[in-house]
Design a binder for this molecule. Structure first.
Ligand SMILES: Cc1ncc(COP(=O)(O)O)c(C=O)c1O
Length: 396
């Protein structure tokens, strides 16, 4: 039996996989079992910021694995503490919690918001400010609370009753947010670019307006930067484009160079909301992942970020040129190296045709072809991807 048949036999059928078995990666390339090479413009769902097998990340992982892979969070360990310090230096004064995934990072944010809603208010209002305003077409994860926070019906179906306390506003629409603010509201949770939702960029006035609403009603502002963070948009954090800092920031995906690591960063206002025992994780802050993450943060230097902005602009312009040629491309969207084409037909066949020609891309929201290449790509890689896209679109 081949591997694809074995997967069908033994896996819960939740993943619609592309028909290739990937066995090796180097830089921006991947290889399958037959030795065919692919240009990776999806980075394992936006994870492999430095491509595959980056020597510095590999070396750190090897070294830390030899020293100590895991203890537990009942002891102090150097990589975790150094990483917490570095993340705070890069973001804003406050504290961090480490978990293993984006969903867990958001769960922690949701729990913090509920606990804050309880302790921040007067005795008669205790435990009442538990509502969180989230957005239509958002994506925050697959645990029960984060899928409830996800403003898309398709993720809810079959899993009701959902977690109470989430209210859905319209993205980029401040009035829809104001209408939902009430005495039970405790927080607003938002992506700066809705990734899974189709690479929809938040307007500057919208994010700045959310900050004003949060300040006016003493709400926590939570930015889910699980997809947009860590250089993806050409800044370390996408919120830098907006000039607005959140109260809570969540990161995961590229944080540990491909190893599982999530983090929830809080500002000082809520840094002491949790007490001993309020939250925890066995694996969260794994030492190998934290060591890899320290290396990732070193690699995210100003030179690399400026390269992301330059190559991102070049790619964006090339996609715009493609749009001029093909009227079925409705829109080109995104910032830095988080880009997308919205088509007027389902994009699955584009993904398959690109795969056939050795280019890995993704389709979300049925008609949106999404590009999340590693941050290390150069203009030649973009040219190579554009040649394949041209060939594919010519045949449509
Ligand atoms: C914005 C955002 N939040 C949360 C998640 C969930 O992350 P994970 O799959 O690591 O749980 C994702 C994953 O795609 C995401 O894009």
């Amino acid at each position: 039996m081949n591997l694809i048949d074995l997967e069908k036999k033994y896996f819960l059928p939740v993943f619609k996989r592309n028909p290739v078995v990937l066995v090796k990666g180097k830089g921006q390339y991947l290889w399958d079992e037959q030795g065919k090479r692919y240009l990776d413009f999806f980075s394992g769902l936006g994870v492999n910021l430095f491509g595959h097998g980056h020597p510095k990340i590999v070396k750190t992982v090897e070294k830390q694995s030899r020293n100590l892979i895991h203890t537990c969070n009942l002891y102090y360990t150097k990589p975790q503490i150094l990483l917490a310090k570095k993340l705070i230096e890069l973001s804003f004064p406050g504290k961090v919690f480490f978990s293993n995934s984006g969903a867990e990072a958001n769960e922690c944010a949701i729990k913090l918001a509920r606990k804050y809603g309880e302790v921040a208010k007067s005795e008669e209002q205790r435990a009442k400010r538990y509502e969180i305003i989230v957005f239509e077409d958002s994506f925050h994860g697959r645990t029960l609370a984060t899928l409830t926070a996800t403003g898309q019906k398709k993720f809810h179906q079959g899993f009701e009753p959902l977690v109470p306390g989430f209210k859905y506003a319209k993205f980029n629409d401040l009035d829809s947010v104001k209408r939902l603010v009430g005495p039970k509201t405790g927080a607003i949770m938002v992506e700066l670019i809705q990734g899974e939702g189709g690479v929809i960029v938040a307007k500057k006035e919208f994010i700045q307006g959310l900050k004003k609403i949060a300040q006016k009603y003493d709400l926590l502002l939570i930015f889910d930067e699980i997809q947009t963070g860590l250089g993806r948009t050409g800044k370390i954090f996408a919120y830098e484009h907006y000039g607005v800092e959140p109260d809570i920031l969540t990161l995961a995906k590229g944080l540990a160079g491909g190893l599982p690591l999530g983090t929830t960063i809080t500002n000082q206002k809520i840094a002491n909301v949790f007490a001993y025992g309020d939250h925890g994780s066995t694996f969260g802050g794994n030492l190998v992942a934290c060591s890899a993450s320290l290396e990732v943060l070193k690699l995210l230097n100003p030179k690399l970020l400026s390269q992301v902005r330059e190559v991102g602009k070049y790619f964006h312009q090339n996609l715009k040129n493609l749009q001029k040629k093909y009227s079925f491309i409705k829109e080109v969207r995104g910032i830095g190296l988080m880009l997308a084409l919205e088509l007027d037909f389902p994009g699955a066949k584009i993904v398959s045709a690109c795969l056939e020609k050795g280019l890995l891309v993704n389709c979300t929201q049925e008609k949106v072809v999404r590009f999340l290449p590693p941050l290390i790509i150069n203009k030649k890689d973009v040219d190579q991807a554009m040649t394949i896209l041209e060939q594919v679109f010519k045949k449509i």
